[in-house]
Write a protein that binds this ligand. Sequence first.
Ligand SMILES: *[C@@H]1O[C@H](CO)[C@@H](O)[C@H](O)[C@H]1NC(C)=O
Ligand SMILES: *[C@@H]1O[C@H](CO)[C@@H](O)[C@H](O)[C@H]1NC(C)=O
Ligand SMILES: *[C@@H]1O[C@H](CO)[C@@H](O)[C@H](O)[C@H]1NC(C)=O
Ligand SMILES: *[C@@H]1O[C@H](CO)[C@@H](O)[C@H](O)[C@H]1NC(C)=O
Ligand SMILES: *[C@@H]1O[C@H](CO)[C@@H](O)[C@H](O)[C@H]1NC(C)=O
Ligand SMILES: *[C@@H]1O[C@H](CO)[C@@H](O)[C@H](O)[C@H]1NC(C)=O
Ligand SMILES: *[C@@H]1O[C@H](CO)[C@@H](O)[C@H](O)[C@H]1NC(C)=O
Length: 324
Amino acid sequence: MLNSLLIVSLSLLCWKTAADNPYQGCDCGFVNENGLFTNYWISDFANYSNDIHRDKEFYVANYTIEAKYPGTFPRSFDPNNVNVINNALQLAVTIGDDPQCGAIGTKRQDIFYGSFRAYIKTTNVPGTVSAFFLYGNDSEIDMETLSALNPPETYFAIHPGLTDAQSGRASALTHTNYMLNYTPSEEYHEYRFDWIPGLAIFYIDGKEANRLYTNIPTVPGRILVNHWTDGNANFSQGPPKQNAFMDVQNITLFFNVSSNDSSANNMACQTSHQACSIDVTTAESMPTPSPSVSQSGAVSLQSSIALLSLPATLIAAILCHYFI
Ligand SMILES: *[C@@H]1O[C@H](CO)[C@@H](O)[C@H](O)[C@H]1NC(C)=O
Ligand SMILES: *[C@@H]1O[C@H](CO)[C@@H](O)[C@H](O)[C@H]1NC(C)=O
Ligand SMILES: *[C@@H]1O[C@H](CO)[C@@H](O)[C@H](O)[C@H]1NC(C)=O
Ligand SMILES: *[C@@H]1O[C@H](CO)[C@@H](O)[C@H](O)[C@H]1NC(C)=O
Ligand SMILES: *[C@@H]1O[C@H](CO)[C@@H](O)[C@H](O)[C@H]1NC(C)=O
Ligand SMILES: *[C@@H]1O[C@H](CO)[C@@H](O)[C@H](O)[C@H]1NC(C)=O
Ligand SMILES: *[C@@H]1O[C@H](CO)[C@@H](O)[C@H](O)[C@H]1NC(C)=O
């Protein structure tokens, strides 16, 4: 009786499961060293059979961003420059009268903290920027690889960025030039950033590369991947002398969402009972689903009633905790 009451309250209060994903057993969130995230989402272009232009989850950019500085040109994003070819998402920068760029982003714009990963192979044609980033209300966390740079580097950047008063260059508080010890156009590498309150942590192939603490976005946003040029002699350089291609093998996002509904980040915690480790990447290593939650009915009826006066998220967190 007590157990069935608790199960009912658990299913009512922890109604929201982790996002639709192959790791069905993980209904208690995902953890890494930086925090807990309730949602999971993966796009594997190695095995993608949809039409990217009609994808329910992605939008394909079809817009122009006006030239940012004198002497640069507008960035025109053309849907034709976005294709899934040879088991990868291919984002092209094409030349012609006006260079055209390619971009995709999540349709959802409510991503609010998370751990974001993409396997990317950049182009060896100088003059483009391959970027993986968070964008929300003009705030950004960026990982940008410029094909003109040799030796190769990836920039980690926060927008709005600060300028160093003495040198006039981007301040190290919001911009990192990170030297790569590989050639990024030769094979796929994992570009990852974790966004938590007041902190962005950047990783290359799973190894922490830097942390930035200044101007960290405080509003929700979307995740994008793009490939562009704007002819800025101080940045992308270019335009490229020939068509250039960036390949994305897969994108994996673990994240919380913003919502006025306080239950938005609740989790069922009925199958796995405890958060799955993010860094375990094979389904086989995930916890085996347990048939019932009844073995851990340590919450008294009294305390579960008392819990009803707490905010739903807290109740969920407490109940989920009890059911570990
Ligand atoms: C994400 O949401 C869960 C559930 O509300 C919370 O426990 C966790 O701390 C949140 N993560 C971050 C980084 O804010
Ligand atoms: C693609 O999916 C099918 C069916 O789920 C699976 O058998 C195959 O191994 C997958 N291929 C790759 C490259 O992941
Ligand atoms: C892109 O936008 C233009 C109008 O700005 C529209 O005519 C065109 O159909 C759009 N292309 C796609 C693929 O949505
Ligand atoms: C977006 O940014 C503008 C300007 O910085 C600010 O006034 C506005 O409150 C922000 N919107 C949200 C939802 O944070
Ligand atoms: C590039 O940097 C130089 C020197 O700081 C500056 O004069 C020039 O305006 C910059 N070009 C662009 C396109 O921002
Ligand atoms: C993404 O692609 C890389 C490179 O092929 C692969 O090593 C990795 O396992 C893939 N990750 C996922 C989650 O499919
Ligand atoms: C939350 O509510 C405020 C005020 O009612 C509204 O402006 C905002 O768009 C809502 N946010 C979400 C994510 O629904």
